[in-house]
Design a protein around this ligand. Structure first.
Ligand SMILES: NC(=O)C1=CN([C@@H]2O[C@H](COP(=O)(O)OP(=O)(O)OC[C@H]3O[C@@H](n4cnc5c(N)ncnc54)[C@H](O)[C@@H]3O)[C@@H](O)[C@H]2O)[C@@H](O)CC1
Ligand SMILES: [K+]
Length: 214
């Protein structure tokens, strides 16, 4: 059985890998994005004709922007929907957004018609979800779920409590989730599969015991 960790362990492992081991945050993000990109291409349930990428303010949003850039540079039609306040953006998310701006990846407003997209990539929240989902975030999640598009979640479906497996308000219903490093406890609780869909684990160089183990 796959190793399962708590959200706090995930945060600590990210921090340890960056600060003690010394792998830069943007390198981890690039590895996560490459794994997500490969998973999207490998699953025929995802039609990548028109892709909408939902981008939050944290590093989950940074992963999403890196995925958007990989799709764009490989010829797929990608649009970005940025949700949340500019002043909340993390440094890595800001850097990834600058790269997307270099490539002129289009941004769309909150009012966009979601049903025109064949695939939606969810990068609103991952292990940083800290409270009930409300406002624009809740509205975007509800509209994504209702769009009929196939949704792929990054790390944890946005809105799902990664420890309890309970929705914290509006929660993304993905057909698959690429989770970073290890599966989070909540994702394998009864009822969580409705939100996670198929779970794929991305090895990005973050290890519990300083070694890769299944
Ligand atoms: N470089 C790194 O540190 C790595 C980060 N990773 C990714 O980064 C994620 C964690 O990133 P973060 O710690 O930045 O956290 P998140 O990106 O999950 O979210 C944090 C942001 O969301 C806000 N927020 C939390 N709950 C909210 C709510 N209910 N309503 C509105 N805003 C809310 C916070 O204030 C913060 O701005 C992981 O899930 C993973 O996807 C991975 O790429 C691994 C490496
Ligand atoms: K997510």
């Amino acid at each position: 059985m796959a190793t399962v960790i708590s959200v706090e362990q995930a945060r600590q492992l990210d921090q340890k890998t960056i600060e003690e081991v010394g792998i830069p945050s943007l390198v981890l993000m690039e590895r996560a994005a490459l794994a997500i990109y490969d998973n999207l291409l490998a699953d025929e349930r995802f039609n990548l004709k028109r892709v909408l990428v939902l981008v939050g303010t944290g590093n989950n949003g940074g992963d999403a922007l890196a995925v958007a850039r990989l799709l764009h540079t490989h010829g797929f039609a990608v649009s970005l929907l940025l949700v949340g306040k500019t002043e909340h953006r993390s440094p890595q998310m800001t850097k990834q957004l600058e790269i997307c701006e270099y490539y002129q990846i289009p941004e769309v407003p909150l009012t966009v018609d979601f049903s025109q997209y064949s695939t939606i990539v969810d990068g609103l929240f991952g292990s940083g979800l800290s409270r009930q989902v409300a406002g624009d975030f809740a509205q975007v999640i509800q509209r994504a779920n209702a769009s009929g598009s196939s949704i792929h979640a990054i790390d944890i479906p946005s809105g799902l409590n990664g420890d309890s497996g309970q929705p914290l308000g509006a929660t993304i219903q993905a057909i698959s989730t690429t989770t970073v490093a290890y599966v989070k406890t909540g994702m394998v609780q009864p009822g969580a599969a409705r939100f996670t869909g198929t779970i794929l684990v991305a090895d990005i160089g973050i290890y519990l015991n300083d070694r890769y183990e299944e």
